[in-house]
Design a protein around this ligand. Structure first.
Ligand code: P1T
Length: 391
């Protein structure tokens, strides 16, 4: 089966691409890609690796199988698997920027991404301007002669603001700037940024792609050969690769990505509807609700709204903490995208690395709560939320 075969449906590609039974080179016809643990590969002649493999950091058969699958999911030519989402992000930055270069970034990004920009890469003299990229004209206004990258998440973490990918891509194309879209929150099942004009898609595959909260990973997909070669070269040079066992686990997760995403979405719609009507809830943010200010854009550029809901409860931070600590089914934990439901307080957890003033300016208040809706029975999840809100 060829990755170039774009006529296959999403679920078929998720299951088959990269895992064609191998009857050559000692393959036993496995229907699941074997886990190649060897760190080094023997060759028959000095001058060339016999089957293309020499050392696992550079190329490993299990990681290669995953990378083909990742590319197929985003309809990209190339996929790369990294040891974490942040390793993928760091390698993109190292590959495409020189000291003095400028990035325009969405002002609502995962706290760890902002920490990477503000406290690691800024030390190498990369300049960063944050804008509310949900208004594409603000991206255009922020571009400078030395701007090399525009970096967005859509929906953003944790405020679930959307960026119009087509409109931003129109701007980056005009200025010959690379557009990176973090597609973690929707997965390629609900949104395909490359088809809307992005140059690079990045994921924390720790989230929906892996799907079971048991494997860390990052992925990069692109159809641009020159970008791919630059990033692949640095990935090997710095060693930010996903190990073989983790590659296997990620592939195993991907096989059910479509049915998991459909269930996350269905459950999230029901829970967002419940929260919207609850008297203790001040505001619900979910792009699948008509009350979301960018509902129309969500309908145009995505095929579903995923499983993350953000909402504010009435009262103080202590009320928010009491609510979180009274839940039984929702684990009070960072991260998202697993089969089990998680809940967290961004101000104290995922976004605590952003100074309070900057956090509040962007809308991350002390009573803002983020839910990652799992794929359990929605009635049980709603009952759990209802009893904790009562308390
Ligand atoms: O954790 P890691 O695999 O390194 O991925 C970082 C990352 C990148 N992009 C987005 C949109 C993310 O949400 C994350 C990680 N986020 C969490 C751990 C969280 O709870 O939001």
């Amino acid at each position: 089966m060829s990755v170039e075969n774009r006529n296959l449906g999403f679920a078929t590609k998720a299951i088959h691409v990269g895992e064609e039974p191998d009857f050559n080179n000692g393959g036993a016809g496995d229907v699941v890609s074997p886990i190649h643990l060897s760190t080094t590969f023997a060759r028959k002649k000095v001058d060339e690796p016999t089957l293309g493999y020499d050392y696992t950091r550079s190329l490993n058969p299990t990681r290669k199988a995953l990378e083909e699958k990742l590319a197929a999911l985003e309809n990209a030519r190339y996929g790369l698997a990294f040891s974490s989402g942040l390793a993928a992000e760091s390698t993109i930055l190292l590959s495409l920027l020189k000291p003095g270069d400028h990035i325009v970034a969405f002002d609502d990004l995962y706290g760890g991404t902002k920490r990477l920009f503000n406290h690691v890469f800024s030390e190498f003299d990369f300049k960063i301007t944050y804008v509310d990229a949900s208004d594409a004209s603000l991206v255009a206004q922020a571009i400078q002669p030395n701007t090399r990258l525009v970096w967005i998440e859509t929906p953003s973490n944790p405020l679930l603001k959307l960026c119009d990918i087509k409109a931003v891509a129109h701007i980056t194309r005009k200025h010959n700037i690379t557009l990176v879209v973090d597609n973690t929150f929707l997965s390629p099942y609900f949104q395909k940024p490359l088809e809307l004009g992005a140059d690079i898609v990045v994921h924390s595959s720790t989230k929906y792609i892996g799907g079971h909260s048991d494997v860390l990973g990052g992925s990069v997909m692109t159809s641009d050969t020159s970008l791919y070669e630059k990033i692949k070269y640095r990935q090997n040079a710095v060693g930010a690769v996903l190990p073989p066992f983790d590659s296997y686990l990620t592939m195993r997760g991907i096989k059910t990505l479509q049915i998991r995403m459909e269930r996350h979405y269905q459950n999230a719609l029901e829970i967002a509807g419940f929260l919207e009507k609850h008297p203790q809830v001040k505001k619900v943010i979910y792009p699948g609700l008509k009350s979301h200010p960018q509902y129309e854009l969500a309908q145009q550029q995505t095929t579903g709204s995923g499983g993350v809901i953000t909402f504010e409860i009435k009262g103080s931070i202590d009320d928010a903490k009491a609510f979180l600590e009274h839940l039984n089914l929702f684990a009070l934990a960072e991260s998202l995208g697993g089969v089990e439901s998680l809940i967290e307080l961004p101000a104290a957890m995922t976004h605590a690395s952003i100074p309070k003033e900057a956090r509040e300016k962007n809308g991350i208040t002390d009573t803002l709560i983020r839910i990652s809706v799992g794929i359990e029975d929605s009635k049980d999840l709603i009952a759990d939320l209802a009893q904790a809100l009562e308390k």
